[in-house]
Design a protein around this ligand. Structure first.
Ligand code: G1P
Length: 293
């Protein structure tokens, strides 16, 4: 079984649900307390052993590339002024040279198309996908939980979690095999999956969370994938085809996800990370309580 070393992070989206904040700032760079949302996602992947990151970017996303580069003037100035703690933090977060690739999605044709844009860098390796809109707060990183499952069962794995039935049409939704049977290790066998079903047609209330471990065969399937829900090339449709050829499991992971692409989800993420923050946690809890009065 090949080890999963690479991850694709699609970051080309406009962030229309949080405009005007995202008019000039990529949505992935919006701060959650003191770090861009994207940093949390990269940390989650690193904890799972990911060594190479492929960002699928678009116009106006230059800030992402700059963020992962060295900032010599800033680092010099921090050192001169003896601000070693923050300097060390920046230094530790800077990736090793050559471990990040940036490819462009030149037109917005959907998530499936965005992933396909990374095919040359992925080559013949199994890989992870992390949708950076989604932050997952958990004791062990969500992707690390998935890799652990992958080492047991191999094949393809997607993270899922239950949502209220009225929300299913906003997501990809899985059809568990023979009703809903979750094994003690959280793995679920599936008979299918569908992107953004109507509530009445949804095969379950288990949504696809935005974390995937896939075999490279998905790239071939994406190359001739027809447009699906919303007129876009959907990753879910190509995965539904892959499922007919290869082992495919869903994993009910341990943790809480936040959709930072929406106003309320973003606010909730900021709150959740603030109350647990080593420096401002206590103050944040007191402030939230005082605002509830
Ligand atoms: C994408 C996927 C969907 C998944 C969701 C998770 O949808 O297509 O299957 O459930 O992310 O956030 P999007 O949010 O891009 O519409």
């Amino acid at each position: 079984m090949k080890k999963i070393r690479k991850a694709v992070l699609p970051v080309a989206g406009f962030g229309t649900r949080v405009l005007p904040a995202t008019k000039t700032i990529p949505k992935e760079m919006l701060p959650i307390v003191d770090r861009p949302a994207l940093q949390y996602v990269v940390d989650e992947a690193r904890e799972a052993g990911i060594e190479h990151f492929v960002f699928v970017t678009g116009r106006n996303k230059g800030a992402i590339e700059d963020y992962f580069d060295r900032a010599y003037e800033l680092e010099y100035s921090l050192r001169e002024r003896g601000k070693t703690e923050i300097y060390d933090e920046l230094d530790a977060a800077t990736p090793e040279a050559g471990t990040m690739s940036f490819v462009r999605q030149q037109s917005a044709k959907g998530l499936g198309h965005a992933i396909w844009c990374a095919r040359d860098v992925i080559g013949n390796d199994p890989f992870a996908i992390l949708l950076p809109d989604v932050l997952v707060k958990s004791e062990k990183s969500c992707l690390a939980q998935m890799i652990e499952a992958y080492e047991k069962v191999g094949g393809n794995i997607i993270a899922v979690d239950a949502v209220p039935e009225e929300n299913v049409s906003s997501y990809g939704v899985i059809a568990p095999k023979a009703g809903r049977q979750t094994r003690s290790d959280g793995l679920i066998e599936m008979s299918g999956m569908v992107e953004k079903p109507k509530r009445k047609d949804a095969p379950s209330n288990l949504k696809i969370t935005g974390r995937y471990l896939l075999q490279p065969r998905i790239m071939e399937l994406l190359s001739d994938q027809a447009a699906g829900a919303g007129g876009e090339i959907q990753l879910t449709d190509a995965m539904a085809r892959l499922m007919r050829e290869q082992d495919f499991h869903a994993l009910e992971y341990q943790g809480q996800d936040y959709d930072c692409g929406s106003k309320l989800g973003y606010f909730e993420a900021v709150m959740a990370y603030a109350v647990d923050h080593s420096e401002i946690g206590e103050g944040a809890r007191a402030l939230i309580k005082s605002h509830m009065r």
